[in-house]
Design a protein around this ligand. Structure first.
Ligand code: PLP
Length: 427
């Protein structure tokens, strides 16, 4: 048996569904990574792939970037974790405060899920209320509050939530309101109606690959400020990617709290909640024993390896011209994908910002989650699979562009897209 077939069989034995849970294993092409370097992955057979998954986003610099490898190796010799304050993690918090407009203070977590969960908890403590609002189709990780109406097949009337997972207590449904992304009038009306019960509104400012329409984020900022309801930006994808200061810099709208993960830790497990002292003070253990105190701790929070990887990544990203280059390359890939679809008569919306976008196979413009329901799901699966077959790995619903991709890589990428669109045109 080949190494690949053997590993696939062994995985099927030890993992439910034979997968890690991150992906559904839609493809019949077994794929087991051996190694990642720069813009490429190699599987265990030694086949090279262009990587537009980037570990689901963290590897914006590409894999095994020398500056990150060097920083991690240096730190490893000094110990892997302490659960105590250490210099790298203080420096990383300082850098987040410098970079992020809404950040005065920071709390570290171990994942993005952890970060949005804690942001919601601290907002509840601050407002002394329970309910939160999120947007249909928005993803904030896999805790019970986040997994509401992320991908409902037949959505209910707003603001009723639909749980996305078994095992979520029904009582949680009563604490989550769902609003339509990019529909300010409906969102404003719901916030006005529930103003005395709402503890927070959480949003992906750039939801999945859907761009906010002009005035939507600004209007949401105004209405949440009017009723003094904390606005939380989930910047786990957008942070340090759309711009160094994230979506709040890119779109020019400043929330109360923001959540980070992915890029900020350069491929290691770390997330963060950032915000103003007036809210973040609820995490201060000097409040212990009072009704104001928010418990937040974790064995690996403040992990120095993740912190040095994050610091090394951010130092690279601060180099002049980085974001111009990222947007230029992303624009080229996105335009090339759109041109390939048009050339072969494949009906598709190429939607999103240059650093992360995707193809959605529908004739409807994508401005909200419900528009995505008109998409041809089989075609999306086929697109992902045909890309993989030709040596290009992408996320199930995203194409992440890295700074390691060269112009030659993009030439090859566009050739692959062209061939894939030929096959899609036939189905
Ligand atoms: C917008 C957003 N929020 C939260 C998360 C959860 O982060 P993690 O996978 O680190 O728990 C993700 C993960 O993809 C995400 O895309």
């Amino acid at each position: 048996m080949s190494d690949l077939a053997d590993l696939v069989t062994r995985a099927a034995r030890v993992f439910p569904g034979g997968v890690l849970g991150n992906h559904r294993g839609e493809s019949d092409l077994g794929f087991i990574v051996k190694e990642g370097r720069g813009a490429y992955l190699w599987d265990v057979r030694g086949t090279r792939y262009l990587d537009y998954l980037l570990g689901s986003g963290p590897m914006l610099l590409g894999h095994a970037h020398p500056a990150v490898v060097e920083a991690v190796q240096r730190q490893l010799g000094r110990g892997s974790t302490y659960m105590l304050l250490n210099e790298p993690v203080i420096e990383l918090a300082e850098e987040i405060v410098r970079a992020v407009a809404c950040a005065e203070q920071v709390r570290f977590t171990t994942s993005g899920t952890d970060a949005t969960f804690m942001a919601l908890r601290v907002a509840r403590a601050y407002r002394g209320r329970d309910k939160i609002m999120k947007f249909e189709g928005g993803f904030h990780g896999v805790h019970d509050y986040g997994l509401m109406s992320v991908s409902p097949r037949s959505p209910k009337a707003f603001p009723a939530p639909m749980p996305d997972s078994a095992g979520i207590p029904h009582v949680v449904e009563g604490e989550v309101l769902i609003a339509p992304y990019n529909d300010l009038a409906t969102t404003e009306a719901l916030i006005a109606q529930y103003q005395h019960e709402l503890a927070a509104v959480i949003i992906e400012p750039y939801q999945r690959v859907i761009v906010p329409v002009a005035g939507f984020l600004g209007g949401l900022r105004d209405v949440t400020r009017r009723y003094d309801i904390p606005l939380i930006f989930d910047e786990i994808v957008t942070g340090f990617r759309l711009a160094y200061g994230g979506a709040q810099e890119y779109y020019g709208v400043i929330p109360d709290l923001a959540c980070y993960g992915k890029v900020v830790a350069g491929g290691f497990p770390l997330g963060a909640v950032a915000g103003p002292e007036r809210i973040m003070r609820h995490f201060d253990p000097s409040l212990e024993g009072t009704r104001d105190f928010v418990v937040q701790q974790g064995t690996l929070n403040g992990n120095p390896i993740a912190a040095v990887a994050g610091l090394a990544t951010l130092a690279e990203l601060r180099k002049p011209g980085t974001y111009e280059r990222l947007h230029r390359m992303g624009t080229r890939v996105r335009a090339g994908l759109a041109a390939a679809a048009a050339r072969h008569g494949v009906v598709a919306q190429i939607t999103g910002e240059p650093p992360v976008f995707d193809a959605i196979f529908t004739d409807r413009p994508i401005t909200d989650y419900r528009a995505t329901l008109s998409a041809d799901g089989a075609k999306i699966r086929r697109f992902n699979e045909e890309c993989l077959r030709r040596g290009l790995v992408k996320a199930v619903n995203k194409i992440y562009v890295s700074l390691a991709h060269t112009d030659a890589d993009i030439d090859q990428t566009l050739e692959i897209f062209d061939q894939v669109m030929v096959t899609l045109a036939r189905t």
